[in-house]
Design a protein around this ligand. Structure first.
Ligand code: DC
Length: 231
């Protein structure tokens, strides 16, 4: 019996996935894996190597030749690309944009999804992204679709940028959130969708701690169900 669960948390930008997934993992003693960091790593490398973002073949070749490791160290996920720790370089607006462009390319997604499956297959993991419950782990023990209104998500994103000293116009942040939603939802491969068996958690009016505790409660119920069925 696999006693530790695979928990998939999907949702759009600004839904609080990262903070919530990190906290859920902490409360359960699980590992937290942020799959978006892998798309960001490819976006970052493409910018560094000046690979045009409208060259799917060159970007797929890049994803095929680099090695990305998500390493859990000191209670935090580190992103290692070909041996270099790039954790601190992949959260800029420029990299966010590049990540959302490379993420629509099937040849980029294939190797990254394979690595995500390898990293989570043992269980005891909270993996967040856009397609974790639908594609990466369709048999995850618990699937959460985290959501909040676009306005609430844009406000969170704006605050995050302000805290990093990146001043931005709130209306432009809202427009960017909507544009990224559209790209994530309308791409052909692995679009952001709610898996049919996912539990929807709308946290427009909840903070990260409350949201995490709701998910931990659901995980407790799933774990009990597994113990009873011996799954
Ligand atoms: O969650 P994030 O903002 O760090 O993700 C960066 C980009 O990668 C975002 O445009 C969505 C995309 N992504 C994806 O397509 N599939 C995932 N499993 C995770 C992220």
């Amino acid at each position: 019996m696999k006693s530790k669960l695979i928990i998939a948390i999907d949702g759009p930008v600004g839904s609080g996935k990262s903070t919530v997934a990190r906290r859920v993992a902490e409360l359960l003693g699980y590992t937290h894996l942020d799959s978006g960091a892998m798309y960001r790593a490819i976006g970052w490398k493409a910018l560094c190597e000046k690979i045009p973002l409208d060259s799917p073949d060159a970007l797929a070749a890049l994803a095929g030749r680099v090695r990305i490791d998500l390493v859990w160290r000191d209670g935090k996920q580190h992103v290692i690309l070909d041996g270099e720790d790039i954790t601190n370089w992949i959260r800029t607006t420029e990299v966010s944009h590049a990540a959302s462009v490379v993420a629509v390319i099937p040849g980029v997604r294939h190797p990254l999804v394979a690595e995500q499956r390898r990293a989570g297959e043992q269980g005891g993991v909270v993996m967040e992204g856009r397609d974790i419950g639908s594609v990466v782990f369709p048999h995850a023990d618990l699937k959460i679709y985290l959501d909040a209104s676009p306005e609430v998500r844009a406000r969170r994103r704006w605050q995050e940028l302000s805290e990093k000293g990146e001043a931005s116009d709130p209306l432009l942040v809202l427009a960017d959130v909507r544009a990224r939603d559209q790209r994530d939802r309308e791409r052909k491969m692995s679009p952001l969708v709610r898996a049919a068996d996912a539990v929807v958690v709308d946290n427009s009016a909840m903070d990260a701690e409350e949201t995490a505790r709701v998910i931990v409660m659901l995980a407790g119920e799933r774990a009990k169900g597994k113990a009873v069925t011996g799954d």
